[in-house]
Design a protein. Sequence first.
Length: 101
Amino acid sequence: MASRLELHEELCNLLGSREAYFQPPATVTMHYPAIVYRKHSLDNIAADNIHYLQHRGYELTVIDKDPDSKVDEAVSKLPRCRFNRSYASDGLNHFVYILYY
């Protein structure tokens, strides 16, 4: 299982900036495009009542002014990532994914 900090670095590299935020407080000023993520779930794989593999699930939200976001496209191609939903709010497009990392 990779660490959350490794995921953070991967998201920053994908963005080409440091605009990836883990559970940001409301006081943070974001610049777009950005990715906001939080822990979502834990996927345990077991055999003989023993957990031998574990993947943490994260909810990633790509926020961009562009409805055809290149960042959204790049996130959608990450391994073990699935699209959940999208919506627009305050003139920004939000693309939500679940990623097991």
